[in-house]
Write a protein that binds this ligand. Structure first.
Ligand code: IPM
Ligand code: MN
Length: 358
């Protein structure tokens, strides 16, 4: 007998989004055809695609679908026609920020893991990269991204405000401490407490919460120093906790040291529903060519199985199938230019592998 089905919203978005989402669905369908679980999917427009069709990058129709689903898979957004036009009134990115606020996606979680078979593609030496395995918790709905902002009439001055409440800091901190407990019990708060008032509030709140997690060793690092240490000593980190803007910057930094941007998944945890997306962007140059790497998206759906649905056993099967694909050289051209396979072939192979592993 099948367990109750799960409803998944598919926000494919722009560029390579639809192609990588398709491969994720392929893998999830293989899982449901060969197990006791069941998924149904609901397509919803977002980003440039939604601006073209509805004049809005996060239309009401998409809000309704997200509200009625158990989880969301998100491809990518962004289109060069907006990037090169500073005067554009509506941008795909506005839809992304509005979606984060609307759905209350307060914690963005990015695991930074190094695959042995890809170590040679990293800009770092293997001796430095060895044993790197950490996870960043970035606050996603507060800080300077969402504070009051303005431009004076003469356009001679502008401001952006960074604001945090105790409650906003507390809810993500608890998630990060819980994660540290399951890992190596090390939590690093990245801030700029030597300069910023908000950072001093983060430190105070984290210090208080740490009393509830006696086994977790808490470290504090200024963001400039953290940026260096991610390059010089990446294997020292276990769980990194940080605010929105610092998290934006250091997660991009952290992702390139693995040498495999096309491999990294992420989760954005919300109070009602959570969203799972690859960290690579819309990569417009590759759109429609069947060459994009679907692994980060497939691994994002694996994070969904674990974090949203509590199906850790199936999540591990997908992770194993992706690892097997890598080890067998079943990869797209971003990973091996000499011998590469198409997006859909890699998806087919991983699906077959999942079937065998079940
Ligand atoms: C990200 C992106 C977004 C951010 C942009 C597109 C608004 O860089 O998801 O990290 O800055 O949060
Ligand atoms: Mn970013």
């Amino acid at each position: 007998m099948k367990r109750a089905g799960k409803k998944i919203a598919l926000l494919s978005g722009d560029g390579i989004g639809p192609e990588v989402i398709r491969e994720s669905v392929k893998v999830l369908d293989t899982l449901s055809s060969n197990s006791d679980i069941n998924f149904s999917y609901y397509d919803a427009p977002i980003g440039a695609e939604a601006i073209d069709k509805y004049g809005n990058p996060f239309p009401d129709k998409t809000k309704e679908i997200c509200d009625s689903c158990d989880s969301i898979l998100f491809g990518a957004i962004g289109d060069p026609k907006y990037d090169n036009n500073p005067k554009a009134k509506i941008r795909p990115e506005d839809g992304l920020l509005e979606m984060r606020k609307y759905l209350g996606l307060y914690a963005n979680i990015r695991p930074v893991k190094v695959y042995d078979s890809l170590m040679s593609s990293s800009p770092l030496k293997a001796s430095i990269l060895k044993n790197t395995d950490f996870i960043v918790f970035r606050e996603l709905t507060g800080g300077i991204y969402f504070g009051e902002k303005g431009l004076d009439e003469k356009k001679n001055s502008a401001f952006d405000t960074c604001r945090y409440t105790r409650e906003e800091i507390e809810r993500i901190s608890h998630l990060a401490f819980e994660e540290a407990k399951k890992r190596k019990n090390i939590l690093t708060l990245v801030d700029k407490a030597n300069v910023l008032e908000t950072s001093r509030l983060w430190r105070e709140v984290v210090q208080n919460i740490s009393k509830e997690y006696k086994d977790v060793n808490v470290q504090y690092l200024f963001v400039d120093n953290a940026a260096m240490k991610i390059i010089t000593n990446p294997s020292d980190f276990d769980v990194i906790l940080t605010e929105n803007m610092f998290g934006d910057i250091i997660t991009d930094e952290a992702s390139v040291i693995t040498g495999s941007l096309g491999m990294l998944p992420s989760a954005s945890i919300g109070s009602k529903v959570s969203l799972f997306e690859p960290i690579h962007g819309s990569y417009p140059q590759a759109a429609g060519k069947n060459i994009a790497n679907p692994m980060a998206m497939i691994l994002s759906s694996s994070m969904m199985l674990d974090l949203a649905f509590g199906l850790k056993e199936y999540s591990e099967i997908i992770n194993q199938a992706v690892k097997d694909a890598l080890e067998n050289g079943i990869v797209t051209e971003d990973i091996n230019q000499e011998k590469s396979y198409t997006t859909s072939y890699v998806g087919d192979w991983i699906s077959e592998r999942v079937k065998k592993l079940l």
